[in-house]
Ligand binder design. Structure first.
Ligand SMILES: Cc1cc2nc3c(=O)[nH]c(=O)nc-3n(C[C@H](O)[C@H](O)[C@H](O)COP(=O)(O)OP(=O)(O)OC[C@H]3O[C@@H](n4cnc5c(N)ncnc54)[C@H](O)[C@@H]3O)c2cc1C
Length: 446
């Protein structure tokens, strides 16, 4: 990847290995800048290339493509969501990923239908808003018989009363998927520019972008795909969107006691709980206000899956809105909280809470989300400025449908899908959508 900038007819142009992008800047053809080369940005570049071949796309990122939130993804996918719009959106995204694997070969990126198991200690619990519909019978299985649970899932706590297994769910190699989309987009003319967007000025019907590399470019259309920094970019254009950024962590540890079977599906404990701290620690946390949060009730959603020879664990319990940062802060207490919480449903993991196996690899990122946990995709109040973001904890599985929808808003000749109105950035002005939003009582976050 080249980084050479030179002055070209009074404009700075970027020279990449593929050649100068001067043709994009001095052209008659329309130029689009996609601000952010995470999975949302590269998917949008790919689907613009498919929808409108020949249009000139410049992907701009402060970092290497796919290296910020996208690189932190747990890489899980599932086609079960509490609301129909999300169900259809993710279902379509899974179809698009499967179509990519047909088109470019199944080696292009791994997609493994390893399943999800939602579990609870309460037999009559309505798990995670999942309602069985007719067509689901082969893909959702509900087990409530104690003997069957014990036989099939011997590692689970004896008191687990229900296991809901999702079959159309599993894991995706997000780096390979992103690389494929980026590579194919490049074949259709997309160029990548490394640099941080500092300012954007509207000049007549065009946008003048200045980067921290002192280079600048003028484009006809903008797509904001900046992940947690959506409002940072939006502010440059005088806009703001109703999102929050919540910091979520995951960690990987070895499994020397071989507690987790290698073929265990992604297993999610759906019950809320008070973490079972030893008395001494409880007294310590009680004495200091700073630790009181550890004694409060934690939501359901703690999840575990095998990862190579180790175990990957996460629990997206954080709800506080944070200011996004490029460096992601670590949480020393997080592995303790999660392992103690996990011992509720896989009791043997309590042994790891006492002495955490090393090396422990912790990482994290921001869930950028709306209150209802639906994404923001489509045109903004500013002409020729589009948005693809607020992909929360579903951006890996939803990226293809998100990129396609953004491209369809820009150039699509076909009718938009039913979920387009639900995800439209101006949906909060639409009475029909507002009525639906009032009825949303489960946000589907894991
Ligand atoms: C811990 C964790 C686990 C997750 N697990 C899953 C999962 O299992 N399954 C799933 O589907 N999803 C998961 N997600 C969600 C998924 O990772 C995100 O939704 C997705 O990566 C968001 O992609 P994005 O392109 O919108 O944002 P990003 O990947 O953050 O990309 C935005 C890009 O914009 C760039 N940028 C921002 N501002 C500027 C600027 N001023 N100038 C230049 N560039 C800029 C950034 O450098 C960045 O590369 C998880 C997320 C986290 C944090």
């Amino acid at each position: 990847m080249g980084r050479h900038i030179k002055n070209y007819k009074d404009r700075f142009v970027y020279l990449s290995r593929e050649g100068p992008i001067s043709d994009q800047l001095m052209k008659e053809q329309e130029t689009i800048a996609i601000l952010g080369a995470g999975i949302a940005g590269v998917a949008t570049a790919y689907y613009i290339g498919q929808t409108k071949p020949g249009v000139k796309v410049v992907l701009i990122d402060k970092n290497l493509p796919l290296s910020y939130t996208t690189s932190k993804s747990g890489e899980n996918y599932r086609n079960y969501w509490p609301q129909q719009c999300m169900q259809q959106f993710i279902g379509h995204s899974i179809d698009l990923m499967e179509a990519l694997r047909v088109r470019y070969g199944s080696n292009a990126f791994e997609m493994n239908q390893s399943g999800y198991n939602f579990i609870t200690h309460t037999a009559d619990k309505y798990i995670f808003g999942i309602q069985k519909t007719k067509g689901d019978k082969d893909t959702i299985q509900e087990i409530t018989d104690a003997a069957t649970i014990k036989k099939e899932f011997p590692y689970l706590d004896k008191g687990i009363q229900k296991v809901v297994s999702l079959k159309n769910a599993g894991k995706i190699d997000v780096q390979a998927l992103g690389n494929l989309l980026h590579r194919e987009a490049k074949k259709r003319g997309t160029r990548f520019i490394e640099g941080e967007v500092l300012t954007i000025d509207c000049k007549g019907s065009t946008f003048h972008i200045v980067l921290d590399t002192k280079s600048d470019l003028t484009v006809d259309k903008l797509v904001i795909a900046a992940g947690p920094f959506m409002n940072h970019i939006a502010a440059m254009l005088g806009m703001r969107f109703p999102i929050t950024n919540t910091l979520q962590h995951k960690f990987i540890i070895p499994d020397p006691k071989k507690i987790i079977p290698r073929d265990m599906p992604f297993t999610i404990y759906t019950d809320a709980q008070y973490v079972n701290w030893p008395e001494e620690e409880k007294a310590f946390f009680t004495a200091d206000e700073k630790w009181h949060w550890l004694l409060q009730e934690f939501p359901g959603g703690l999840h575990i899956k095998p990862d190579g020879h180790g175990i990957k664990l996460g629990w997206a319990f954080e709800r506080a809105d944070a200011v996004p940062t490029w460096e992601i802060p670590k949480s020393d207490i997080f592995p303790q909280v999660v392992l103690r919480g996990a011992s509720r449903f896989i009791p043997q993991l309590g042994e790891y809470a006492e002495t955490i196996p090393s090396p422990l690899i912790q990482y994290g990122g921001f869930y950028t989300r709306t209150k209802e946990n639906w994404p923001l995709i489509g045109p903004t109040e500013l002409s020729n400025v589009y948005l693809v973001g607020a992909l929360s904890g579903f951006g890996t599985m939803g990226a293809c449908a998100a990129g396609e929808l953004c491209a369809d808003h820009m150039y699509g000749k076909k009718a938009l899908p039913g979920y387009a109105a639900h995800f439209h950035p101006s949906r909060y002005n639409d009475d029909t959508i507002i009525r639906i939003l009032r009825g949303v009582n489960s946000d589907g976050q894991l």
